[in-house]
Design a protein around this ligand. Structure first.
Ligand code: ATR
Length: 508
């Protein structure tokens, strides 16, 4: 953790002109600590003006002129680059703020004249090495290469191609002796190294002004406001208790970190939920344990894979056969499922009812989500029809509760009509494409239609149902209420109202 005890944010500015960069910086000034000028992104004529940037920016500045081969835009050769560095670092002003605080020089760019200028004028060298296509064979060797000079700041950037790669990086980064350095993993697998840069001993986290429309400097960057507002960068510290959101890459669009971290903030909890996209549940658990995490939210497609790792299974986990919440109990993990309760609460609230006896409902799907829905509807007394693409899975789920079942195709139309008080869509159809799993069914207008998908906020199914006069609901409230259940399990106290109050944010 850096000097003032709070993690620092460095905003990467990749505008075409100095003026554009300064304009964007103004919007972010309140939430960032450092500014990186990506001079390789400037129009060639603007590059002559880089000397004046630190004085205008009035924040500690890092000068970077990234070459094409290193993922940047600079193509004019090393001679021209050398001249640009020299120009930017020369004629130091007495006010240190008017000079570059740092300059990013690659490991293979060792030029005594620039290094001498840096030493003389107090500019720190960030000595960087990029592994664009993966991770190094040997992290220690790669690090030693860039950590030769005590007064330089080694910056190692790797690009894990799998969660196993990221685990190797994390295991190494946790044990490498702390000094002022930057240890970064790019891409979706590396997200943790950005959100928890301080746990890696990194001096700052690089961020891009995503919400400003500026082209971003690197795909895995967060917007500085998101680091502050979603990942509580102004609150977290070495003692912060960590929780993981374990799932596949799609979790990067999940609202769970937004919800939980807002609740932690509101309740004064020194806790943080961090997304960990992984290839297998075992990898997610390994990362959680390496970070010393206290619990996890588990999502698609790992809710069943987690079962063999549990020392304790709650009643709902046993009934549903899936687990969405992990809680550390001593050295072991206890598994719970808050999906059925979350669904039940959101549906009953929407209907303004206490129970569903006499209701006839159709469940579309028989996967992990549908299993929770089936339990909740059964508990509340509804009689159901289960429709699934794979007949046997639909049959197995329906038999547990003595429900009816059928194939998910147009032969089911009449049956849906009989079980149409409530129609619950619990497959992933409609999430990525405009598809409707019951396009063959004509709505009467009296159905309540609940699609568990909340992104997009209205699927084709919901649009069609609404046009026919049906009352429709998406999965956002269910997400909130299952999250409230997770909070209760993790914190062992009632969840705050924020879970019921937070409006669904608009997706860009
Ligand atoms: P989840 O935990 O989100 O429920 P899952 O356990 O993988 O995820 O279940 C996915 C559900 O969506 C299943 O009911 C699946 O049907 P199959 O049992 O036939 O696989 C259903 N599903 C996924 N893609 C589908 C598609 N293109 N058409 C119809 N159903 C689909």
């Amino acid at each position: 953790m850096s000097k003032k005890g709070k993690p620092k944010i460095c905003i990467c500015l990749s505008g075409k002109t100095i003026e554009e960069n300064l304009r964007i910086l103004e919007r972010y000034r309140a939430v960032v600590d450092y500014v990186e000028l990506r001079a390789d992104c400037l129009e060639p004529s603007e590059r002559f003006n880089i000397r004046s940037f630190p004085e205008k920016a009035q924040l500690p500045c890092i000068l970077t002129i990234r070459r094409k081969q290193d993922g940047g835009n600079f193509e004019d050769g090393e001679g021209v680059r050398l001249v640009l560095f020299a120009k930017a670092l020369s004629f130091p002003k007495p006010d240190a703020k008017a000079n570059y605080a740092f300059v990013d020089l690659e490991d293979d760019f060792r030029t005594p004249v620039i290094e001498e200028a840096c030493h003389t004028f107090g500019t720190r060298i960030v000595r960087s090495h990029y592994f664009h296509d993966g991770i190094p064979e040997n992290f220690d060797t790669a690090y030693e290469q860039i950590a030769q000079e005590d007064d330089e700041i080694p910056k190692l950037v790797v690009n894990p191609q799998s969660s196993a790669d990221f685990i190797r990086f994390l295991e190494w980064a946790i044990r490498v002796p702390k000094r002022e350095h930057l240890l970064i993993a790019t891409g979706a697998y590396g997200i943790v190294s950005h959100v928890l840069a301080w746990r890696f001993g990194s001096m700052w986290t690089y961020a891009s002004p995503l919400h400003s429309g500026m082209e971003i400097a690197a795909p895995s960057h967060f917007d500085p406001f998101d680091l502050r507002n979603i990942y509580n960068f102004d609150l977290v510290n070495e003692q912060t208790e960590l929780y993981s959101l374990i799932g596949q890459h799609s979790i990067l669009a999940s609202l769970s970190p937004y919800l939980h971290n807002k609740a932690f903030r509101e309740m004064g909890k020194d806790a943080l939920l961090v997304p960990t996209p992984v290839d297998s549940f075992a990898d997610g658990l390994k990362i959680l344990e390496l970070l010393g995490g206290k619990g996890a939210a588990i999502t698609v497609p790992f809710k069943e894979d987690v079962l063999p790792f549990l020392a304790f299974h709650s009643t709902d986990v046993k009934r549903i056969g899936a687990c969405n919440t992990l809680v550390r109990r001593g050295d072991a993990w206890a598994g719970y499922n808050t999906d059925a309760d979350g669904f039940e609460r959101s549906l009953l609230e929407f209907l303004g009812k206490q129970d569903l006896s006499g209701c006839r409902a159709t469940i579309i799907g028989a996967g992990g989500a549908a299993k929770s829905i089936a339990l909740a509807l059964f508990r509340k007394g509804a009689r159901c029809l289960v429709l699934n693409r794979t007949y046997s899975a639909g049959r197995d789920l329906a038999r547990k509760y003595n429900f009816l079942y059928s194939h998910l195709d147009d032969r089911a139309s009449d049956l849906i009509s009989e079980y149409s008080d409530i129609i619950v869509q619990a497959t992933s159809v409609g999430m990525r494409e405009e598809l409707d799993p019951i396009s063959f069914y004509e709505f009467k207008g009296s159905e309540v239609v609940f699609d568990l998908i909340y992104h997009p906020s209205k699927t084709l199914l919901l649009k069609r149902a609404e046009e026919a006069g049906c009352r429709v609901l998406n999965g956002y409230k269910m997400l909130c209420y299952q999250a409230a259940g997770q909070y209760k399990l993790w914190m062992d106290e009632p969840p705050p109202d924020i879970y019921a109050q937070l409006e669904q944010p608009k997706f860009s």
